[in-house]
Design a protein. Sequence first.
Length: 437
Amino acid sequence: MTKLKILVIGSGGREHTLVWKLAQSKRVEKIYCAPGNVGMTPLAELVPLKVEDIGEIVRFCQKERIDLVVVGPELPLTLGLVDALEEVGVKAFGPNKQAAELEGSKVFAKDLMTRYRIPTARYEVFNEVQPARDFAREISGPWVVKADGLAAGKGVLICSTLAETEQAIEKILVEKAFGAAGEKVIIEEFLVGEELSLMAFCDGKTVVPMVSAQDHKRVFAGDKGPNTGGMGAYSPAPVATPELCHIVLEQILQPTVQAMAKEGRTFKGVLYAGLMITEQGPRVLEYNVRFGDPETQVILPRLKSDLVEILLAVCTGELEKWAKELGALSAINSKKMWQEEACATVVMASRGYPGTYRTGFEIKGLTEVPKEVLVFHSGTAKQEGKIVTAGGRVLAVTALGGNLRQAVDTAYRGVAKINFTGAHYREDIAYRAFRRC
Ligand code: AMP
Ligand code: GLY
């Protein structure tokens, strides 16, 4: 069995989790992470390259003879990192530039869904203010206004009045608050329901779904305050019954991959469907073309299979063969692939996040967490021998458990041991699941 040198691209909790899971594989010789974070250093060598430095990353892979690159964040995917690596014969996990449009342009994604009858909210696209305003007046609120391109999770504005809606349109189209990402604006129907994330491994033809997860986007308990990258997550999400997962697989995930193939944009990598489960059924809110953060922190600990084998099968177009050998083809939550244990993660963030915040505070107690707690680092650094805060989201404190309650309790026991100046976390992770009990 040949052992591989693997390079992970990115620096957050998602990438730490990827490194941790990859390190368990018998197929791994060495793991690098660019730029990575200090939490990964026992498992991976950090490479000081920016995720958008495509040329430098390609040169590093050639020099070090990297066998497989695993791309975490969306930016390098939309910039064509996978294309550049494949051009020089380096295997890369993730969609190419054309396929990454599914996340890079919401207009592209919405038009694709319309053309292929994939369920999503009704919408219109505008590049001028007046027609956008006129349309908003014609429909009833609340109004959902979205910038077309990548806006670091900030490009969606939910407005409860027409005045707010008009301001949102101006902010995107005139003030260019999101730069070129705001050349077009989408106004769409407001959907009511529970949100759910379903991700799947895809090799362009075959779709192997992952277990479900729900994240917590608002910064404060009870879903109050502004949206963040995600303040915690848990898996499985009770809203994702096996019947619902089948519907999502058959009406959304598989049709999306088939549609992309028909459009000549073969989709390989992780397809992430951000869904609203409405009374009329699941509707796509957004696609992402990569692992979610912090969903990855609760999904990969539940994966029994060797992650390297799955990623290679995706890259070589052999996912169907891999799943058949495992006996998990088209099975939802196959017990051969996934552990039944639940998993929860609590994000510890810097006070002020997602607005401005200070960094450089020493993180204490990391060695005191119970041994069954997994601490994935997001925004941390090493300064004068100490681990300090270096970002908005600092740590994802994670635990498996016989049931969701146990997983959540163990994760919070970990959180209780850790402290840094201004530490903020939500105390209600998984509350929707508990409310259903
Ligand atoms: P997105 O980045 O498109 O997922 O949007 C960010 C968040 O805005 C979602 O997680 C939802 O909470 C909310 N959202 C987006 N689109 C809609 C919609 N059509 N109706 C209701 N909420 C929405
Ligand atoms: N948790 C949402 C995302 O990864 O975009």
